[in-house]
Design a protein around this ligand. Structure first.
Ligand SMILES: NC(=O)C1=CN([C@@H]2O[C@H](COP(=O)(O)OP(=O)(O)OC[C@H]3O[C@@H](n4cnc5c(N)ncnc54)[C@H](OP(=O)(O)O)[C@@H]3O)[C@@H](O)[C@H]2O)C=CC1
Ligand SMILES: O=C1O[C@H](COP(=O)(O)O)[C@@H](O)[C@H](O)[C@H]1O
Length: 518
């Protein structure tokens, strides 16, 4: 019981009660709530946003007597048509018990559809009228209602949509209510375009109203990173250049761009994954201890470590493109866009000088996974000759099947004195039987409603992240950096493994993991 209370206090209450800097006065926790999903007919909305809202509803975080969800898009369809389109994304046919179907129906009845364009004031006034109508049906004091606008849209329309929201759809008075907007990546294509977008949106909304979402920050093990680092005595003295040889942050997908080639070709893997998802993880691994868990304290530290990253050297980069990528008719025949990249970041500060951080991401590779691998230095004066077997590693596997394990050397059980590689293993499925790990979007949307910006990217953070990658990206765009072809289903270009070795990573040999049985 005590442990549970303590955990909850760290997880939420302390953040909320203790964090005046984090929120736009945090606002009311109940009363009328209007969630507007702009781009309601799109892929992201159907696959991620609405299912996340449904899960929040199922768990009682969205109350039927308070909430109305508005889908907004250009397509002219009725409320019922939108609901029918969404139904299949909320419940799989095989799980469709009568109870589940009833819950889905109740949720779908909270959804209304408004059709309009993204730059028409009239259309947004119509949306505002619908929102006000909903607000008048709940017992909420005027102006204390909550309005959340989720931009599940391409960034090209962010400026016009933000302007329309500001002109026509803001919460009407300052009686403690709020208006917040959630924006998705890609947030710009380089430093200049990101800053331009930030200036446009920043001219309309205050920073505490803007939630730049990076869904990797909502993944369970990413959320665990600060607890792990700063609540455990084990790690505190080890987490530095004296003990750590190298760090890998890896994202792999075993499928290609799958019909998204047209979009992907304009961005490439660095903009799609590394500049945002992997760099956010990098921040949490490398940052100093924040003064407190207040969102601004955490984000201050993230900015500091980003600003300590040295310019990326050519010899620290390997780019690849899988064979068959250009077969997609929406991808130009001569595309040089990388679908794979391995980039070493070097941090110029007291803790990390000399420790390479290898950020690797690729599509159409040999497996699907995302993990963080901290490799420790060899033990000095090794008397057991265990260096031949492998180094200590601490691995956090974000997906699939959340786990963290420490690879370590132990005595081989038995009469002989010999050593063997083994592990201390925390596999979430085994350890937490009754816990359903929430989807990243679910958690992050709940944070936007609660006004907790801890897991969202602040403007200066975004700027610092683009500063790191923009020079390299410009060179790739100009064709000055070539992508090496690799076979679909492989580990990517062999040059990436050579880079890893050059960075000092020592592969473990002969390590066999035997999954525990219950
Ligand atoms: N709780 C659990 O679920 C646990 C599971 N295990 C499992 O045991 C197995 C072994 O674990 P572990 O040793 O940590 O991980 P892996 O065998 O997955 O990989 C170890 C490292 O070697 C790299 N690598 C693989 N091939 C090459 C190569 N040819 N050249 C250079 N580098 C290479 C991997 O790179 P890359 O990242 O590019 O693939 C990775 O960094 C895994 O399947 C793991 O999931 C182990 C412990 C606990
Ligand atoms: O943001 C993106 O992420 C997905 C991978 O997300 P995951 O949660 O399934 O790991 C990736 O496929 C997509 O290209 C990228 O835009």
């Amino acid at each position: 019981m005590a442990t549970k209370d303590c955990w909850q206090c760290v997880q939420r209450s302390s953040i909320e009660n203790d964090s005046p800097l984090s929120v736009d006065n945090n606002g009311p926790e109940n009363g009328s709530l209007s969630i507007v999903v702009l781009g309601a007919s799109g892929d992201l909305a159907k696959k991620k946003t609405f299912p996340a809202l449904f899960n929040l509803y199922k768990q009682g975080f969205l109350l039927a007597n308070e909430v109305c969800i508005f889908g907004y898009a250009r397509t002219k369809i009725s409320d019922e048509e939108l609901r029918n389109r969404l139904r299949g994304y909320l419940v799989k046919e095989k799980d469709a018990s009568p109870e589940k179907l009833e819950t889905v129906s109740k949720f779908l009845h909270l959804i209304k559809y408004v059709s309009g364009s993204y730059d028409s004031e009239n259309d947004f006034r119509l949306l505002d009228k619908e929102i006000s109508k909903h607000e008048s049906t709940t017992n909420t004091a005027e102006g204390s209602s909550r309005r959340l606008f989720y931009l599940a849209l391409p960034p090209s329309v962010y400026p016009s949509v933000s302007k329309m929201i500001k002109t026509a759809c803001m919460n009407k008075s300052d009686h403690g209510g709020w208006t917040r907007i959630v924006v998705e990546k890609p947030f710009g294509k380089d430093l200049e375009s990101a800053e331009q977008l930030s200036t446009q949106i920043g001219g309309l909304f205050e920073e505490p109203q803007i939630y730049r979402i990076d869904h990797y920050l909502g993944k369970e093990l990413v959320q665990n990173m600060l607890v792990l680092r700063f609540a455990n005595r084990f790690f505190l003295p080890l987490w530095n250049r004296d003990n750590i040889a190298n760090v890998q942050i890896v994202f792999k997908e075993d499928f290609g761009t799958d019909g998204r080639g047209g979009y992907f070709d304009q961005y490439g893997i660095i903009r799609d994954i590394i500049q945002n998802h992997l760099l956010q993880i990098f921040c949490l691994v490398a940052m100093e201890k924040p003064v407190s868990m207040r969102p601004e304290h955490i984000r201050d530290e993230k900015v500091k470590v980003l600003e300590s990253v040295l310019p990326i050297k050519d010899e620290d980069v390997v780019l690849g493109q899988y064979e068959g990528y250009r077969d997609d008719p929406t991808v130009p025949d001569n595309s040089n866009t990388p679908t794979f990249a391995s980039v070493i970041l070097r941090v110029h500060n007291e803790r990390w000088e000399g420790v390479p951080f290898i950020l690797k991401a690729g599509k159409a590779l040999d497996s699907r996974k995302a993990d963080i691998r901290i490799q420790f230095k060899d033990v000095p004066g090794d008397i057991f000759k265990c260096q031949k077997q492998g180094r200590n590693e601490f691995v956090m596997r974000l997906q699939p099947s959340e786990a963290m394990y420490m690879k370590l050397t132990v005595k081989q059980p038995g009469l002989e004195m010999s050593t063997v590689q083994s592990e201390l293993d925390l596999s979430y499925r085994q350890r937490y039987h009754d816990v359903t790990i929430p989807e990243a979007y679910e958690r992050l949307i709940l944070d936007t409603i609660r006004g907790d910006q801890q897991h969202f990217v602040r403007r200066d953070e975004l700027k610092a992240s683009w500063e790191i990658f923009t020079p390299l990206l410009h060179r790739i765009d100009k064709g000055e950096f070539k992508s090496i072809p690799y076979k679909s289903g492989s580990r990517g270009p062999k040059q990436a493994d050579e880079l890893l070795e050059k960075a000092g990573y020592v592969q473990t040999h002969g390590y066999i993991w035997i999954p525990p049985t219950l």
